[in-house]
Design a protein around this ligand. Structure first.
Ligand code: EPU
Length: 443
């Protein structure tokens, strides 16, 4: 296999798409299932590369995790007997770090290498570590082998208080997992409000956890045992909804996206309407369609309920089709413009600039070093551009989906190398695109 997608673009995409379950919920719910004493069944799990890698990793620890039917996973963590995650598995998937929660709960210690995952900035885990320390967990890092080693002083994780000085999505979820099985009360402040966090809260509550959410604070009374007797259903993927909405509008087509939770993408819908995109609600679905010539927009990414960082790369593609100059200011990750060079290969006019920021420590969610401040955090897209075909390289998941999108807009045949990176997060994206008329094949 060439690990590439070939797309012949320039054709309006029309039809219907049913969303898969959210990758960023499923990964955490599967890990949290390992805190349970019994086996857990999870439905609507997307069958994607990241999930396969996570299941392999769990099995490597002695657990039992597998697909038992289409989009249905069974996880039994009761047999976990190894406390060290091999470098090979951890390097593939960033959430491997969250396995510290079940390893500490079950075995009292764990050894996990520095996490892998998409290369979008340095992605440190200092906030996760600080949170562990606040819950009485002893953690050290060895530079010689790249492993974090954690152990409990007492029999159980101890309740405590932790405040995220800057937001962290997986940090919030990790803290929640630790707190759910800790002894006593844990207060977690300045949490992320992402819908995937709510999915995890719902799952843990259904398993018997005591969690209260008030504004941006979680109050958790730890329990000894978690148990669930019925399958848990993962919510639809809001990132996939946005991706297909943009396929519809950028190609001047019309796509009915089923099973969308509108509240999860409200900010996107608002900005899309300002750009002139067509949005029509039909029951539990939304029809996204090309309405008329698109307007340029100025977008700043932010944590939920803001305009999500994962949406900015495909949005940049849409803005190549809008009249005038659009801007995107990325505030969540310090390096999420890797797709710009690739879009330039198709003829897009994009340049970088320094947006005026007077309070960078408040605005930016990444830790700001001098080097980071000297990196460009914003782009200008000069539209409207007639995109042409090219040979492109995928660097990260969302950038990959954006290159598929740009190639669908562009005239001619494009090759997108790195199909497996896209398949890590989008379930059968080629089949779903074919169903709405895309001329796409995997080679
Ligand atoms: N950060 C730190 N230290 C930490 C934690 C985070 O400096 O200890 C920084 C990050 O480097 C980043 C910022 O804080 O600059 C925010 O990071 P966050 O922890 O919120 O991101 P994440 O949890 O690593 C998750 C999703 C991302 C999504 C972001 C934002 C998963 C597995 N990943 O990442 O999804 O973009 O939240 O919502 O849930 C994707 O699906 O392709 C993806 C990258």
């Amino acid at each position: 296999m060439e690990d590439a997608y070939i797309i012949r673009g320039g054709k309006p995409l029309r039809g219907e798409v049913r969303l898969s379950g959210a990758k960023n919920s499923a990964l955490k719910v599967i890990i949290a299932s390992l805190l349970f004493d019994t086996h857990v069944t999870i439905k609507n799990v997307p069958h994607i590369g990241d999930i396969d890698d996570l299941l392999t990793l769990i099995n490597s620890l002695g657990g039992n995790a597998r697909f038992i039917a289409q989009n249905q996973v069974m996880i039994d963590g009761s047999s976990i007997n190894k406390n060290t995650i091999a470098f090979l598995y951890a390097s593939k998937i960033r959430v491997s770090f969250m396995l510290f929660a079940p390893l500490l709960h079950k075995l009292g210690k764990g050894n996990i290498p520095n996490p892998g995952g998409c290369r979008i900035g340095s992605r440190p885990i200092d906030r996760h570590i600080e949170c562990m320390k606040a819950l009485d967990i002893h953690v050290t890092y060895s530079e010689s082998d790249g492993y974090y080693r954690a152990s409990l002083e007492k029999k159980r994780i101890q309740g405590g208080k932790y405040r995220f000085e800057k937001s962290s999505h997986t940090g919030t979820e990790f803290a929640l997992m630790l707190a759910s099985c800790a002894e006593g009360e844990t207060v977690i402040e300045n949490i992320c409000l992402e819908p995937e966090v709510d999915d995890l809260i719902n799952f843990l509550i259904k398993g018997g956890a005591h969690i209260k959410k008030k504004d941006k604070t979680l109050i958790v009374q730890g329990v000894k045992k978690l148990k669930i007797d019925f399958p848990y259903h993962i919510s639809p993927d809001r990132n996939e909804a946005v991706t297909f909405a943009l396929f519809a509008i950028a190609t001047k087509g019309s796509v009915m996206v089923h099973d969308v939770n509108t509240a999860h993408i409200q900010t996107f819908i608002d900005v899309l309407k300002k750009a002139g995109g067509g949005v029509e609600y039909e029951g539990m679905g939304i029809c996204f369609y090309y309405n008329h010539a698109l307007y340029s927009t100025d977008v700043t990414t932010a944590v939920h309920p803001g305009f999500m960082t994962d949406w900015q790369a495909p949005w940049a593609v849409l803005m190549t089709q809008a009249e005038g100059i659009s801007t995107i200011h990325e505030t969540v990750f310090e390096n999420r413009f890797s797709y710009v060079e690739e879009l330039r290969k198709l003829g897009a006019h994009i340049d970088y600039f320094y947006p005026p920021v007077f309070n960078p420590h408040e605005i930016y969610q990444f830790n700001i070093s001098k080097e980071e401040r000297e990196k460009y955090q914003a782009i200008r897209i000069h539209g409207k551009t007639l995109l042409h075909n090219g040979v492109l390289q995928v660097s990260d998941l969302r950038a990959g989906a954006s290159l598929l999108l740009a190639s669908s807009v562009a005239e001619g045949e494009s090759i997108i190398r790195g199909a497996s990176v896209i398949d890590r997060g989008y379930e059968t994206i080629d089949r779903k695109l074919k169903a709405i008329g895309a001329l796409i094949k995997k080679v």
